[in-house]
Design a binder for this molecule. Structure first.
Ligand code: SAM
Length: 277
C-alpha cells in the first residue's frame, strides 16, 4: 500500500516529457448518419467490416463510450452553472485522465474560475478484488497510470493545471478522517464527483469520505452502475451506492442516464417528497 500524498500539477519535476499523440478523427462510417428512406440510418456494409479486428472493436467502443461521457460532462457543467452550484471537482478513479480532462475543459468553457480539481487514485491500478465481479480483466494492477503520467496528461492539455491536486494511495488508506477534515475545513464543497473505481470495496470508502463534502445540488456521476456485475445491484458500485443511501443524510435524485453503464444523481437535503420524478 502506498502512503497517501498530495501533489499539485505545477509542483511535479522535472518538466513534462510526455508526448501526447494527436489522434485522427474516427472514420465517418462509425457515425450514425440518418437516411431519408429505409433503413433510415446508414448501416455499414460488409466491405467496411471485412477486416474488422479486435483493435477496430476497441477503437469503435471507446469512441462511442467517451463521446457519451463527454456529452454528459457538457450537460453537467451547464446544469452547475445555471443552478449556481459552486464547488470543486473530485474524481475517484482517474487512470488515463480522460474524464478528468473533460471536467477541466468544460469548467474552462463555462468560465468557472474558482473550481479546484482533485484526483484520487492509487496510481498503481486496481487493488486485488475481494468481491466477485463479472469482469475478468479487473485484477490487481490493471488500469494503472502513474501519478507522473497522469500529471503529464494534465499539463499537456494545459487547462487549469495549477488547480489540479492528486491524492495518491489506495482508498482504504488514503481517504483518512484527517484528510476529510482538512478538505472540509479549507476547501470548497463538491460540485461534481465522478466515481469511476469499478469495485464495490473501492467505492465503499469513497462514499464515506465524500458524505460531509457534499452540498445541495452536488452531482454524483456513477460510471460503473451496470459494469462488472451483469447489471445486478447486489454487487459492485451499485451495491455500495445503495448501502450508502441507507445511512446518508442526503437523498439522491436520479438525473441523467449515461448510456448503458452509468447515471448522474443530484444530492438533495433530507428526504425526497412523495411522487415519481
Ligand atoms: C476505469 S479506471 C478510471 C478511468 C478514468 N476515469 C478515465 O477516464 O481515464 C479505474 C481507476 O480506479 C482506480 N482505483 C480503483 N480502485 C481503487 C482503490 N481502491 N484505491 C485507489 N484507486 C483505485 C484505478 O487505479 C484506476 O485508475
Amino acid at each position: 500500500m502506498q502512503r497517501p500524498t498530495t501533489q499539485k500539477a505545477r509542483a511535479s519535476k522535472p518538466p513534462a516529457k510526455v508526448r501526447v499523440k494527436k489522434a485522427k478523427p474516427a472514420p465517418t462510417s462509425d457515425l450514425i448518419v440518418r437516411l431519408d428512406d429505409e433503413p433510415w440510418v446508414q448501416l455499414a456494409d460488409n466491405s467496411t467490416l471485412k477486416n474488422w479486428t479486435k483493435n477496430e472493436e476497441i477503437r469503435y467502443n471507446q469512441g462511442n463510450r467517451q463521446a457519451e461521457k463527454y456529452d454528459m460532462f457538457r450537460k453537467v457543467f451547464d446544469f452547475l452553472k445555471e443552478n449556481e452550484i459552486k464547488g470543486d471537482y473530485h474524481e475517484y478513479g482517474c487512470h488515463r485522465c480522460r474524464t478528468f480532462r473533460m471536467a477541466l475543459i468544460e469548467a474552462r468553457r463555462h468560465n468557472i474560475a474558482d473550481m479546484k480539481f482533485w484526483a484520487f487514485d492509487s496510481f498503481e491500478g486496481l487493488p486485488n478484488p475481494t468481491t466477485e465481479t463479472s469482469n475478468s480483466k479487473w485484477i490487481a494492477g490493471a488500469l494503472a497510470t502513474s501519478e507522473r503520467q497522469f500529471l503529464d496528461l494534465v499539463k499537456a492539455q494545459g487547462v487549469y493545471p495549477e488547480r489540479v491536486n492528486t491524492v495518491k494511495g489506495f482508498y482504504d488508506k488514503s481517504l483518512t478522517k484527517t484528510l476529510q477534515q482538512k478538505i472540509k475545513a479549507k476547501e470548497n464543497k463538491i460540485a461534481l464527483v465522478t466515481v469511476d473505481c469499478d469495485l464495490y470495496e473501492s467505492a465503499v470508502p469513497v462514499f464515506k469520505f465524500i458524505e460531509p463534502l457534499l452540498q445541495e445540488g452536488s452531482v454524483i456521476y456513477m460510471d460503473d452502475l451496470f459494469v462488472g456485475t451483469k447489471g445486478s445491484p447486489k454487487r459492485g458500485v451499485a451495491r455500495a451506492f445503495l448501502e450508502f443511501q441507507k445511512r446518508s443524510k442526503w437523498s439522491f435524485i436520479r438525473h441523467m442516464d449515461v448510456s448503458w453503464w452509468g447515471r448522474t444523481y443530484i444530492a438533495v437535503k433530507g428526504g425526497l417528497p412523495d411522487g415519481v420524478l
